[in-house]
Design a protein around this ligand. Structure first.
Ligand code: FAD
Ligand code: DHB
Length: 391
């Protein structure tokens, strides 16, 4: 099988890349190890920054988003006895939208299915070849166990944090930066109306807590827990009790309404960057190139930003013969990657307790400054609502 661009991974970055390339007249094949249903139902991100929404609108992918997503003008930052609203619209003129990654994925799959996109699901043994030549290829076994090869002009690794693309860059040609954190998140999805109009990020001596949502009837909440936590040690009652304490149930009459928990999992937290994001004819995009801890909701937005830059760069090369944007991709994309890596690390460090009382005082001082100074609040808002594509 032949194509112009072989895309490994049918998550949001792979499917969006296929869509943006097709709009520029570049055909592609997407290769995915999981089933279509599995990819569609993975519960992950929930917040789209302004630049992501703008890009989805320009790409004609925002019909349902514009009808169903909730637009938020800011977030609440809180610590015991105090809750402050940061108004991103007043500070930066930008907003965020609450729209789950599951919904983005459904919209992408619907658009690509309607356009006849070639996607191979449930493949095995994905391997990348001849990336330094002008005839790279990807081999795999299909659902029926047959050995297959896709020959392409360019290969893009959109295969997330565990895919093979990142490691296909020879060791001598790559460099990685990594940080692990001494805590994880316990996340729940619950069939209950959110107890807040906008997201609450809460610092608490027992650990960070957050109240997010997916719709007017579905809430998403997170608790900081120690690494290695077993979800089975956390009954629904224990989770709601910890959330009530950390989110300030009863404070100024505010109440957290519990409800049936429909999903529960522990997420590890990691910062990771691999450079360069291009090697020969292999390009990396999304989680294949970088991981951020979830605080600040950058992971999905950063994946979208990579692809928003890469699609026109590949089209310039493959349609117009201008290689310069593709050659600049790695460096241009990396500027935003490090910005988001810093912002996610900063939000994480400011809000999670380490057990060190000195650190706690610094965190509280930082939180007070961010919540009360226009300069502090604007810095958070600019990063949270998203810097323009190409920053
Ligand atoms: P992915 O969505 O990971 O897609 C990669 C795809 O490649 C997958 O479908 C995978 O099956 C496929 N693949 C892997 N290996 C192979 C192979 N060998 N061959 C073929 N295909 C392969 N971000 C936020 O902003 N907020 C959040 O709350 C949040 N929560 C998260 C919770 C979890 C549990 C995880 C894992 C991530 C979370 N993220 C969150 C991050 C966000 O979901 C990711 O940044 C986003 O999914 C990146 O998209 P992607 O397309 O680059 O990678
Ligand atoms: C969500 C996740 C985040 O990491 C975040 O900062 C905000 C919201 C969420 O899953 O809704």
């Amino acid at each position: 099988e032949r194509t112009r661009v072989a895309i490994i991974g049918a998550g949001p970055s792979g499917m969006l890349l296929a869509h943006l390339l097709a709009q520029r007249g570049v055909e592609s094949v997407v290769l995915e190890s999981r089933s279509e249903e599995y990819v569609a139902s993975r519960i992950r991100a929930g917040i789209l920054e302004q630049s992501t929404v703008d890009l989805l609108r320009e790409a004609g992918l925002a019909g349902r988003l514009d009808r169903e997503a909730q637009e938020h003008r800011g977030i609440y930052l809180q610590w015991p006895e105090e809750r402050h609203h940061l108004d991103f619209v007043a500070l930066t003129g930008r907003t965020v939208h609450v729209y789950g990654q599951t919904e983005v994925q459904k919209d992408l799959v619907a658009a690509r299915t309607a356009a006849g996109q070639r996607v191979h699901y449930e493949i095995g043994d994905t391997a990348l070849h001849d990336l330094e030549s002008d005839h790279p290829s990807v081999t795999f076994t299909d659902r029926a166990g047959r050995a297959r090869r896709v020959a392409a002009e360019v290969v893009v690794g959109c295969d997330g944090s565990f895919g093979p693309s990142r490691a296909a860059v020879p060791e001598a040609a790559r460099r990685t930066w990594e940080k692990t954190y001494p805590y994880s998140w316990l996340g729940i999805l619950a069939d209950v109306a959110p107890s807040t109009d906008e997201l609450i990020y809460a610092w608490h001596p027992d650990g960070f807590a957050m109240h997010s949502m997916r719709s007017s009837t579905v809430s998403r909440l997170y608790l900081q827990v120690p690494n290695g936590t077993d979800v089975d040690d956390w009954s629904d009652d224990r989770i709601w009790e910890a959330l009530a304490t950390r989110l300030g149930h009863g404070q100024d009459g505010w109440q957290l309404t519990p409800g049936p928990v429909t999903e529960k999992s522990v997420l590890p937290m990691r910062s990771f960057v691999q450079t360069p994001m291009r090697h020969g004819r292999l390009f990396l995009a999304g989680d294949a190139g970088h991981i951020v801890p979830p605080t600040g909701a950058k992971g999905l937005n950063l994946a979208v930003a990579d692809v928003g830059l890469l699609a026109p760069a590949l089209a310039a090369w493959l349609v117009d013969g201008d290689r310069r944007p593709a050659e600049a991709y790695a460096e241009t994309a990396l500027r935003r990657v490090w910005r988001c890596t810093h912002f996610s690390w900063w939000m994480t460090s400011m809000l999670h307790t380490s057990g060190d009382p000195f650190d706690a005082q610094l965190q509280l001082s930082q939180l007070r400054w961010v919540a009360s100074s226009e300069a502090g609040a604007t810095g958070l808002a600019e990063n949270y609502a998203g810097l323009p594509i190409g920053f």
